[in-house]
Design a binder for this molecule. Structure first.
Ligand SMILES: [Zn+2]
Length: 148
């Protein structure tokens, strides 16, 4: 256990959290309730960096989707495998948007790209994310069930 932790700034809402205060390398932000990862880092001052899990997954998903699309276009991936990847991506993306949206509805903090919004505007965005997220979760789930 680390006792005198320096204050940690949430990478999602930019708010100061009261330290990490968790034995595990992941937890949700005390302010915006988004999932966060604690990673050892050589660049930061205290050798740790906090990452927003939502941002990390979205960053990982882009090259995965691009790679799958290129392989499919080049004929290296058959239709079924490609459909699997697309459905899986929709499902993952949907779950993340629902998490993001419902956390935003509870806390009134929302972020699109680098812009952080608070209050009524944030809640409207979060509601939209929750609705679209649920839709793509259902679509992705159905897709995975249908593709063999
Ligand atoms: Zn936060």
């Amino acid at each position: 256990m680390i006792i005198d932790e320096p204050q940690v700034r949430c990478p999602f809402c930019r708010g100061l959290m009261p330290g990490w205060m968790s034995r595990y390398p992941c937890k949700t932000c005390t302010l915006c309730e988004r999932p966060l990862f604690l990673l050892p880092s050589i660049s930061s001052r205290d050798h740790r960096s906090v990452l927003s899990a939502i941002d990390v997954v979205k960053i990982i998903m882009l090259p995965v989707m691009a790679g799958a699309t290129i392989s499919f276009a080049m004929g290296r991936l058959d239709v079924d495998s490609y459909a699997h990847i697309v459905a899986g991506a929709l499902l993952t993306w949907g779950i993340i948007d629902v998490w993001d949206g419902t956390a935003g509805l509870r806390t009134g903090i929302d972020k699109v790209r680098k812009r952080i919004r608070r209050g009524a505007v944030a809640r409207k965005m979060s509601l939209a994310k929750t609705i679209f997220g649920s839709a793509s979760t259902v679509l992705g789930g159905l897709g995975l069930l249908m593709v063999r």
